[in-house]
Design a protein around this ligand. Structure first.
Ligand SMILES: [Ca+2]
Ligand SMILES: [Ca+2]
Length: 483
Protein backbone atom coordinates (compact mmCIF):
# COMPACT_ATOMS: atom_id res chain seq x y z
CA UNK A 1 0.00 0.00 0.00
CA UNK A 2 1.50 3.30 -1.10
CA UNK A 3 0.77 6.30 1.06
CA UNK A 4 0.61 9.79 -0.38
CA UNK A 5 -0.03 12.65 2.01
CA UNK A 6 -2.22 15.45 0.77
CA UNK A 7 -1.47 19.12 1.24
CA UNK A 8 -4.29 19.43 3.75
CA UNK A 9 -2.42 17.13 6.10
CA UNK A 10 0.00 19.86 7.01
CA UNK A 11 -2.79 21.99 8.39
CA UNK A 12 -4.22 19.29 10.60
CA UNK A 13 -2.71 18.95 14.00
CA UNK A 14 -2.14 15.24 14.05
CA UNK A 15 -3.64 12.09 12.64
CA UNK A 16 -3.06 8.38 12.80
CA UNK A 17 -3.07 5.70 10.12
CA UNK A 18 -3.49 2.08 11.09
CA UNK A 19 -1.62 0.14 8.47
CA UNK A 20 -4.05 -2.76 8.72
CA UNK A 21 -7.13 -0.67 8.22
CA UNK A 22 -5.89 2.25 6.18
CA UNK A 23 -7.06 0.74 2.91
CA UNK A 24 -10.63 0.67 4.14
CA UNK A 25 -10.67 4.19 5.58
CA UNK A 26 -11.35 5.69 2.19
CA UNK A 27 -10.04 9.03 3.41
CA UNK A 28 -8.51 11.71 1.26
CA UNK A 29 -4.92 11.04 2.15
CA UNK A 30 -4.41 7.88 0.13
CA UNK A 31 -5.20 9.13 -3.32
CA UNK A 32 -3.40 9.77 -6.56
CA UNK A 33 -3.86 13.37 -7.61
CA UNK A 34 -2.83 15.32 -10.66
CA UNK A 35 -2.40 18.47 -8.53
CA UNK A 36 -0.95 21.88 -9.34
CA UNK A 37 2.49 22.44 -10.86
CA UNK A 38 3.72 24.62 -8.05
CA UNK A 39 2.80 25.60 -4.50
CA UNK A 40 5.61 27.79 -3.25
CA UNK A 41 7.73 30.64 -4.53
CA UNK A 42 9.17 34.06 -3.89
CA UNK A 43 7.05 36.88 -2.43
CA UNK A 44 8.33 40.46 -2.33
CA UNK A 45 7.14 43.93 -1.47
CA UNK A 46 7.71 46.44 -4.24
CA UNK A 47 7.96 49.84 -2.64
CA UNK A 48 8.33 51.59 -5.99
CA UNK A 49 5.02 50.37 -7.38
CA UNK A 50 3.22 50.00 -4.03
CA UNK A 51 2.47 46.34 -4.69
CA UNK A 52 3.02 42.83 -3.44
CA UNK A 53 4.46 40.46 -6.03
CA UNK A 54 5.41 36.85 -6.43
CA UNK A 55 7.24 34.48 -8.75
CA UNK A 56 8.39 30.88 -8.86
CA UNK A 57 11.80 29.88 -7.47
CA UNK A 58 13.55 30.53 -10.79
CA UNK A 59 12.03 33.99 -11.01
CA UNK A 60 11.00 35.36 -14.38
CA UNK A 61 8.22 37.90 -14.73
CA UNK A 62 6.70 38.95 -11.41
CA UNK A 63 3.01 38.38 -10.89
CA UNK A 64 1.20 41.24 -9.10
CA UNK A 65 -1.01 40.11 -6.22
CA UNK A 66 -4.26 41.97 -6.74
CA UNK A 67 -5.87 42.76 -3.40
CA UNK A 68 -9.55 42.58 -2.60
CA UNK A 69 -11.49 42.86 0.65
CA UNK A 70 -11.23 45.71 3.14
CA UNK A 71 -8.37 47.27 1.14
CA UNK A 72 -7.53 47.09 -2.55
CA UNK A 73 -4.11 48.78 -2.39
CA UNK A 74 -1.02 47.57 -0.51
CA UNK A 75 -0.26 51.15 0.54
CA UNK A 76 1.79 54.16 -0.47
CA UNK A 77 5.03 53.10 1.21
CA UNK A 78 5.24 49.31 1.34
CA UNK A 79 8.04 47.87 3.49
CA UNK A 80 8.49 44.53 5.28
CA UNK A 81 6.77 41.36 4.11
CA UNK A 82 6.32 38.00 5.87
CA UNK A 83 4.26 34.96 5.03
CA UNK A 84 2.47 32.16 6.84
CA UNK A 85 2.63 29.21 4.45
CA UNK A 86 0.28 27.12 6.62
CA UNK A 87 -2.50 29.72 6.72
CA UNK A 88 -1.50 30.90 3.21
CA UNK A 89 -1.39 34.52 4.34
CA UNK A 90 0.84 37.47 3.53
CA UNK A 91 1.62 40.15 6.13
CA UNK A 92 3.15 43.48 5.22
CA UNK A 93 3.92 46.92 6.61
CA UNK A 94 2.71 50.17 5.05
CA UNK A 95 4.84 53.04 6.27
CA UNK A 96 2.64 55.47 4.36
CA UNK A 97 -0.41 55.06 6.59
CA UNK A 98 1.43 53.50 9.58
CA UNK A 99 -0.34 50.18 9.51
CA UNK A 100 0.24 46.47 9.23
CA UNK A 101 -1.94 44.47 6.87
CA UNK A 102 -2.64 40.95 5.75
CA UNK A 103 -4.24 39.08 2.84
CA UNK A 104 -4.55 35.55 1.57
CA UNK A 105 -1.95 34.38 -0.96
CA UNK A 106 -4.39 35.05 -3.79
CA UNK A 107 -4.93 38.63 -2.57
CA UNK A 108 -8.42 38.07 -1.16
CA UNK A 109 -9.46 39.02 2.39
CA UNK A 110 -7.02 41.94 2.37
CA UNK A 111 -7.42 43.86 5.62
CA UNK A 112 -5.71 46.09 8.15
CA UNK A 113 -4.41 43.98 11.00
CA UNK A 114 -3.03 46.81 13.12
CA UNK A 115 -3.17 50.61 12.93
CA UNK A 116 -0.34 52.36 14.72
CA UNK A 117 -1.89 55.32 16.46
CA UNK A 118 -0.31 58.53 17.74
CA UNK A 119 2.94 60.16 16.79
CA UNK A 120 5.12 59.42 13.78
CA UNK A 121 5.79 55.76 13.28
CA UNK A 122 7.86 53.76 10.76
CA UNK A 123 6.83 50.09 10.58
CA UNK A 124 9.68 48.38 8.76
CA UNK A 125 10.50 44.65 8.87
CA UNK A 126 8.16 41.82 9.90
CA UNK A 127 8.64 38.23 11.02
CA UNK A 128 5.86 35.61 11.28
CA UNK A 129 6.35 32.95 13.95
CA UNK A 130 4.07 30.04 13.12
CA UNK A 131 4.86 28.27 16.38
CA UNK A 132 3.94 31.21 18.56
CA UNK A 133 1.33 32.51 16.13
CA UNK A 134 2.65 36.02 16.43
CA UNK A 135 3.88 38.66 14.07
CA UNK A 136 7.03 40.45 15.22
CA UNK A 137 7.75 43.86 13.77
CA UNK A 138 10.10 46.76 14.27
CA UNK A 139 9.41 50.45 14.25
CA UNK A 140 12.35 52.55 13.13
CA UNK A 141 11.05 55.93 14.34
CA UNK A 142 9.83 54.74 17.73
CA UNK A 143 12.92 52.56 18.07
CA UNK A 144 11.06 49.54 19.39
CA UNK A 145 10.28 45.95 18.45
CA UNK A 146 6.80 44.64 19.06
CA UNK A 147 4.51 41.65 18.62
CA UNK A 148 1.01 41.41 17.16
CA UNK A 149 -1.20 38.40 17.80
CA UNK A 150 -3.50 38.11 14.78
CA UNK A 151 -5.82 35.64 16.46
CA UNK A 152 -6.84 38.14 19.11
CA UNK A 153 -5.50 41.35 17.53
CA UNK A 154 -3.63 42.08 20.78
CA UNK A 155 -0.24 43.81 20.65
CA UNK A 156 2.79 44.03 22.87
CA UNK A 157 6.01 46.05 22.87
CA UNK A 158 8.95 43.72 23.52
CA UNK A 159 12.06 45.88 23.27
CA UNK A 160 12.28 49.61 23.83
CA UNK A 161 15.17 51.72 22.53
CA UNK A 162 16.42 48.85 20.38
CA UNK A 163 18.98 51.06 18.62
CA UNK A 164 19.87 54.75 18.56
CA UNK A 165 18.76 55.23 14.94
CA UNK A 166 16.05 52.58 15.25
CA UNK A 167 15.77 48.88 14.43
CA UNK A 168 15.16 48.28 10.73
CA UNK A 169 15.40 44.59 9.80
CA UNK A 170 15.08 41.70 12.21
CA UNK A 171 14.83 37.96 12.70
CA UNK A 172 13.68 35.55 15.40
CA UNK A 173 15.57 32.33 16.15
CA UNK A 174 12.83 30.30 17.79
CA UNK A 175 15.11 27.27 18.31
CA UNK A 176 17.40 29.17 20.64
CA UNK A 177 15.14 32.02 21.75
CA UNK A 178 17.10 34.95 20.33
CA UNK A 179 15.83 38.05 18.58
CA UNK A 180 18.31 39.66 16.14
CA UNK A 181 18.09 43.10 14.59
CA UNK A 182 20.16 45.61 12.69
CA UNK A 183 20.42 49.33 13.30
CA UNK A 184 19.10 51.68 10.63
CA UNK A 185 22.02 54.09 10.48
CA UNK A 186 24.70 52.93 12.88
CA UNK A 187 26.09 49.79 11.27
CA UNK A 188 25.53 47.53 14.28
CA UNK A 189 23.68 44.23 14.81
CA UNK A 190 22.14 43.33 18.18
CA UNK A 191 20.44 40.43 19.82
CA UNK A 192 18.46 39.81 22.98
CA UNK A 193 15.92 37.46 24.47
CA UNK A 194 12.33 38.08 23.47
CA UNK A 195 11.72 40.03 26.69
CA UNK A 196 14.71 42.27 26.01
CA UNK A 197 17.00 40.64 28.56
CA UNK A 198 20.57 39.52 27.77
CA UNK A 199 20.85 42.23 25.19
CA UNK A 200 24.20 42.40 23.36
CA UNK A 201 25.72 44.34 20.53
CA UNK A 202 27.27 41.61 18.35
CA UNK A 203 28.89 43.34 15.46
CA UNK A 204 29.80 46.82 14.28
CA UNK A 205 31.34 48.74 11.44
CA UNK A 206 28.83 48.24 8.61
CA UNK A 207 28.01 51.13 6.31
CA UNK A 208 24.24 50.73 6.98
CA UNK A 209 22.95 47.28 7.88
CA UNK A 210 19.81 46.07 6.16
CA UNK A 211 18.50 42.46 6.17
CA UNK A 212 19.57 40.33 9.17
CA UNK A 213 18.83 36.60 9.27
CA UNK A 214 20.01 33.70 11.39
CA UNK A 215 20.48 30.04 10.48
CA UNK A 216 20.25 28.12 13.77
CA UNK A 217 20.98 24.82 11.99
CA UNK A 218 24.30 25.95 10.57
CA UNK A 219 25.02 28.35 13.47
CA UNK A 220 25.45 31.32 11.15
CA UNK A 221 24.32 34.95 11.03
CA UNK A 222 23.69 36.52 7.60
CA UNK A 223 23.26 40.21 6.85
CA UNK A 224 23.56 42.78 4.10
CA UNK A 225 25.35 46.10 4.02
CA UNK A 226 23.30 48.45 1.90
CA UNK A 227 25.91 51.04 0.99
CA UNK A 228 28.81 48.65 0.46
CA UNK A 229 26.49 46.46 -1.61
CA UNK A 230 27.49 43.27 0.17
CA UNK A 231 26.11 40.08 1.70
CA UNK A 232 28.04 38.72 4.69
CA UNK A 233 27.88 35.86 7.12
CA UNK A 234 29.66 35.02 10.37
CA UNK A 235 29.55 31.97 12.68
CA UNK A 236 27.38 32.70 15.73
CA UNK A 237 30.14 31.24 17.88
CA UNK A 238 32.29 34.28 17.02
CA UNK A 239 29.58 36.66 18.16
CA UNK A 240 29.07 35.55 21.72
CA UNK A 241 31.75 37.27 23.76
CA UNK A 242 32.66 40.70 22.47
CA UNK A 243 31.65 43.08 19.71
CA UNK A 244 33.52 42.28 16.54
CA UNK A 245 33.94 44.45 13.49
CA UNK A 246 32.80 43.61 10.00
CA UNK A 247 36.45 43.23 8.93
CA UNK A 248 37.01 40.46 11.51
CA UNK A 249 38.76 37.45 9.88
CA UNK A 250 35.83 35.13 10.63
CA UNK A 251 33.35 37.37 8.79
CA UNK A 252 32.88 35.95 5.30
CA UNK A 253 32.00 38.14 2.35
CA UNK A 254 29.58 36.13 0.20
CA UNK A 255 28.45 38.54 -2.53
CA UNK A 256 29.67 42.03 -3.41
CA UNK A 257 29.22 44.68 -6.08
CA UNK A 258 25.46 44.81 -5.43
CA UNK A 259 23.46 47.99 -5.82
CA UNK A 260 21.26 48.65 -2.76
CA UNK A 261 20.46 45.36 -0.98
CA UNK A 262 17.67 45.52 1.61
CA UNK A 263 15.51 42.61 2.78
CA UNK A 264 17.08 39.19 3.23
CA UNK A 265 15.60 35.71 3.42
CA UNK A 266 17.14 32.28 3.97
CA UNK A 267 16.22 28.90 2.57
CA UNK A 268 17.99 26.78 5.16
CA UNK A 269 17.31 23.29 3.70
CA UNK A 270 18.29 24.45 0.21
CA UNK A 271 21.21 26.51 1.57
CA UNK A 272 20.23 29.64 -0.37
CA UNK A 273 20.19 33.31 0.56
CA UNK A 274 17.73 35.67 -1.18
CA UNK A 275 17.82 39.45 -1.10
CA UNK A 276 15.74 42.35 -2.41
CA UNK A 277 17.66 45.22 -4.00
CA UNK A 278 15.80 48.53 -4.30
CA UNK A 279 18.28 49.94 -6.83
CA UNK A 280 17.96 53.31 -5.07
CA UNK A 281 21.70 53.96 -4.75
CA UNK A 282 21.54 54.09 -8.54
CA UNK A 283 25.09 52.96 -8.86
CA UNK A 284 26.58 50.42 -11.19
CA UNK A 285 25.82 47.59 -8.78
CA UNK A 286 24.56 44.24 -9.93
CA UNK A 287 20.96 43.22 -9.30
CA UNK A 288 19.40 46.61 -8.58
CA UNK A 289 15.57 46.75 -8.86
CA UNK A 290 15.42 42.96 -8.51
CA UNK A 291 15.36 39.99 -6.17
CA UNK A 292 18.54 37.90 -6.33
CA UNK A 293 19.78 34.78 -4.67
CA UNK A 294 23.07 33.09 -3.94
CA UNK A 295 24.46 30.16 -2.00
CA UNK A 296 25.06 29.98 1.75
CA UNK A 297 28.82 29.73 1.24
CA UNK A 298 28.93 32.22 -1.63
CA UNK A 299 30.22 29.53 -4.00
CA UNK A 300 27.61 29.87 -6.74
CA UNK A 301 26.80 32.84 -8.95
CA UNK A 302 24.49 35.68 -7.96
CA UNK A 303 21.27 34.79 -9.75
CA UNK A 304 19.08 37.80 -10.58
CA UNK A 305 15.67 36.19 -10.44
CA UNK A 306 12.86 38.68 -10.76
CA UNK A 307 12.65 42.40 -11.48
CA UNK A 308 10.59 45.01 -9.69
CA UNK A 309 10.50 48.76 -9.34
CA UNK A 310 12.01 48.94 -5.83
CA UNK A 311 11.92 45.51 -4.18
CA UNK A 312 12.26 46.24 -0.47
CA UNK A 313 11.79 42.91 1.29
CA UNK A 314 11.48 39.26 0.32
CA UNK A 315 9.82 36.19 1.87
CA UNK A 316 9.79 32.57 0.75
CA UNK A 317 7.08 29.96 0.60
CA UNK A 318 9.32 26.87 0.58
CA UNK A 319 6.59 24.36 -0.18
CA UNK A 320 7.08 22.23 -3.28
CA UNK A 321 4.49 19.94 -4.83
CA UNK A 322 6.56 18.43 -7.63
CA UNK A 323 10.13 17.46 -8.21
CA UNK A 324 10.45 20.12 -10.90
CA UNK A 325 9.47 22.86 -8.46
CA UNK A 326 11.94 21.64 -5.83
CA UNK A 327 14.63 21.42 -8.49
CA UNK A 328 14.17 25.15 -9.19
CA UNK A 329 14.42 25.86 -5.48
CA UNK A 330 17.70 24.05 -4.91
CA UNK A 331 19.67 24.08 -8.18
CA UNK A 332 21.16 26.98 -10.10
CA UNK A 333 19.22 27.97 -13.18
CA UNK A 334 22.14 26.95 -15.39
CA UNK A 335 22.67 23.55 -13.74
CA UNK A 336 22.91 20.71 -16.30
CA UNK A 337 20.56 17.74 -16.14
CA UNK A 338 23.54 15.60 -15.15
CA UNK A 339 23.18 17.33 -11.76
CA UNK A 340 19.46 17.96 -11.59
CA UNK A 341 18.00 14.67 -12.81
CA UNK A 342 16.00 12.86 -10.07
CA UNK A 343 18.13 9.73 -10.22
CA UNK A 344 21.47 11.59 -10.09
CA UNK A 345 23.49 11.98 -6.90
CA UNK A 346 25.73 15.03 -7.46
CA UNK A 347 26.98 15.17 -3.86
CA UNK A 348 27.67 11.41 -3.86
CA UNK A 349 26.09 10.91 -0.45
CA UNK A 350 24.21 7.79 -1.54
CA UNK A 351 20.92 9.68 -1.76
CA UNK A 352 19.64 10.33 -5.26
CA UNK A 353 18.02 13.71 -5.86
CA UNK A 354 14.51 12.21 -5.61
CA UNK A 355 15.30 11.24 -2.01
CA UNK A 356 16.87 14.62 -1.26
CA UNK A 357 13.53 16.06 -2.47
CA UNK A 358 11.41 13.67 -0.38
CA UNK A 359 13.36 14.44 2.82
CA UNK A 360 14.01 18.17 2.12
CA UNK A 361 17.80 17.95 1.98
CA UNK A 362 20.43 19.84 0.01
CA UNK A 363 21.45 17.85 -3.09
CA UNK A 364 24.94 19.34 -3.22
CA UNK A 365 25.79 18.88 0.46
CA UNK A 366 26.61 15.30 1.52
CA UNK A 367 24.15 14.15 4.18
CA UNK A 368 24.99 11.55 6.78
CA UNK A 369 23.85 8.24 5.39
CA UNK A 370 22.17 7.34 8.65
CA UNK A 371 20.69 10.73 9.41
CA UNK A 372 17.41 10.40 7.55
CA UNK A 373 15.56 7.93 9.69
CA UNK A 374 15.51 7.64 13.46
CA UNK A 375 15.06 4.10 14.74
CA UNK A 376 14.06 3.81 18.40
CA UNK A 377 12.57 1.56 21.03
CA UNK A 378 9.63 2.61 23.14
CA UNK A 379 8.35 0.95 26.23
CA UNK A 380 4.71 0.51 27.15
CA UNK A 381 4.00 1.72 30.65
CA UNK A 382 1.49 -0.98 31.53
CA UNK A 383 3.58 -4.05 30.69
CA UNK A 384 7.03 -2.71 29.83
CA UNK A 385 6.76 -4.26 26.38
CA UNK A 386 9.22 -2.87 23.90
CA UNK A 387 8.06 -1.62 20.55
CA UNK A 388 10.18 -0.72 17.55
CA UNK A 389 9.65 2.78 16.18
CA UNK A 390 10.85 4.73 13.19
CA UNK A 391 10.49 8.43 12.51
CA UNK A 392 11.37 10.59 9.54
CA UNK A 393 10.55 13.94 7.98
CA UNK A 394 8.54 13.65 4.80
CA UNK A 395 7.24 15.97 2.12
CA UNK A 396 3.45 16.00 2.10
CA UNK A 397 1.12 17.37 -0.52
CA UNK A 398 3.12 16.35 -3.56
CA UNK A 399 1.74 14.88 -6.76
CA UNK A 400 4.70 12.57 -7.34
CA UNK A 401 5.91 11.06 -4.03
CA UNK A 402 4.55 8.17 -2.01
CA UNK A 403 5.95 5.72 0.50
CA UNK A 404 5.37 2.26 1.93
CA UNK A 405 6.35 0.81 5.32
CA UNK A 406 7.06 -2.86 5.95
CA UNK A 407 8.49 -4.89 8.81
CA UNK A 408 10.70 -7.97 8.89
CA UNK A 409 12.53 -10.15 11.39
CA UNK A 410 15.14 -11.44 8.95
CA UNK A 411 15.46 -8.88 6.10
CA UNK A 412 14.06 -11.56 3.77
CA UNK A 413 10.34 -11.77 4.45
CA UNK A 414 8.69 -8.35 4.51
CA UNK A 415 5.14 -7.62 5.61
CA UNK A 416 3.10 -4.43 5.52
CA UNK A 417 1.22 -5.73 8.56
CA UNK A 418 4.40 -6.08 10.61
CA UNK A 419 5.67 -9.37 12.01
CA UNK A 420 3.33 -9.62 14.98
CA UNK A 421 -0.30 -9.13 15.93
CA UNK A 422 -1.57 -5.57 15.89
CA UNK A 423 0.53 -4.33 13.02
CA UNK A 424 2.24 -0.98 12.65
CA UNK A 425 0.72 2.34 13.65
CA UNK A 426 1.68 5.51 11.80
CA UNK A 427 1.29 9.02 13.19
CA UNK A 428 1.72 12.18 11.12
CA UNK A 429 2.35 15.62 12.56
CA UNK A 430 2.90 18.90 10.70
CA UNK A 431 6.42 20.25 10.90
CA UNK A 432 7.21 23.24 8.65
CA UNK A 433 6.60 24.28 5.05
CA UNK A 434 4.96 21.17 3.60
CA UNK A 435 7.09 18.80 5.62
CA UNK A 436 5.57 16.49 8.21
CA UNK A 437 7.04 14.20 10.85
CA UNK A 438 5.97 10.60 10.30
CA UNK A 439 6.33 8.19 13.22
CA UNK A 440 5.75 4.46 12.66
CA UNK A 441 5.57 2.13 15.67
CA UNK A 442 4.89 -1.56 16.05
CA UNK A 443 1.89 -2.27 18.21
CA UNK A 444 3.34 -5.68 19.06
CA UNK A 445 6.32 -6.21 21.34
CA UNK A 446 9.70 -6.76 19.74
CA UNK A 447 11.21 -7.77 23.09
CA UNK A 448 11.56 -11.46 22.22
CA UNK A 449 12.64 -10.90 18.64
CA UNK A 450 16.42 -11.14 18.23
CA UNK A 451 16.15 -8.90 15.18
CA UNK A 452 13.46 -6.59 13.82
CA UNK A 453 13.62 -4.26 10.82
CA UNK A 454 11.38 -1.56 9.40
CA UNK A 455 11.75 -0.75 5.71
CA UNK A 456 10.71 2.56 4.15
CA UNK A 457 10.32 2.41 0.39
CA UNK A 458 10.08 5.74 -1.38
CA UNK A 459 8.38 5.87 -4.75
CA UNK A 460 9.06 8.72 -7.15
CA UNK A 461 7.73 8.36 -10.68
CA UNK A 462 8.51 4.81 -11.70
CA UNK A 463 11.51 4.50 -9.37
CA UNK A 464 11.62 2.99 -5.90
CA UNK A 465 14.25 3.52 -3.23
CA UNK A 466 14.37 1.43 -0.05
CA UNK A 467 15.82 2.41 3.33
CA UNK A 468 16.03 -0.14 6.14
CA UNK A 469 16.37 0.43 9.87
CA UNK A 470 17.33 -2.25 12.37
CA UNK A 471 15.83 -2.43 15.85
CA UNK A 472 18.27 -0.81 18.27
CA UNK A 473 19.76 -3.37 20.62
CA UNK A 474 18.95 -1.16 23.60
CA UNK A 475 18.25 2.49 24.35
CA UNK A 476 21.89 3.05 23.37
CA UNK A 477 22.78 4.75 20.07
CA UNK A 478 20.82 3.37 17.15
CA UNK A 479 22.31 1.22 14.43
CA UNK A 480 21.20 2.00 10.95
CA UNK A 481 21.51 0.41 7.58
CA UNK A 482 20.79 1.95 4.24
CA UNK A 483 20.47 0.13 1.00
CA1 LIG B 1 22.70 13.16 -3.01
CA1 LIG C 1 22.64 15.67 0.15
Amino acid sequence: MWIRLEQGVVRRKRFVIWMKTALTLGSGFIVLVAGPLEAGGIYFSDRGSGELKRSGFHGGVAEVIHLSGQVSSAGTNVRGIAIDSVGEEIFWADNGADRILRAKFDGTKAEVLHRIGGRSSFPADLFWSGKRRELLWCDRNRRHIGAIFPDGAATEILIEEAAASGPYFMDWDGDNGWLYWGEYGGGAIYRSRRDGSHRTKLLNGNNEVRGVKVDPVGGMLYWVDRNEGRVYRCPLSELADEVIRVDHPRVQLLYSGLDTPHGLELDIPARKVYWADTGTNAGAGKGGHAVSRGDFDGSGPQEILVKGSQPWDVALDRRCVRYGEWSQRVFHRESPSSRTDPVMDPDEDGLVNALEYAFDLAPFLPNRRGGLLTSFLTQRKENHERQHGLSFHWRAGTADLSYRLEASRDMKEWSEQGVGPGGVQVTVEPDRDNMVEVTARTVYSVHDLPEHFIRLTVQWGGSEFALVERKPSSRAPERRTLR
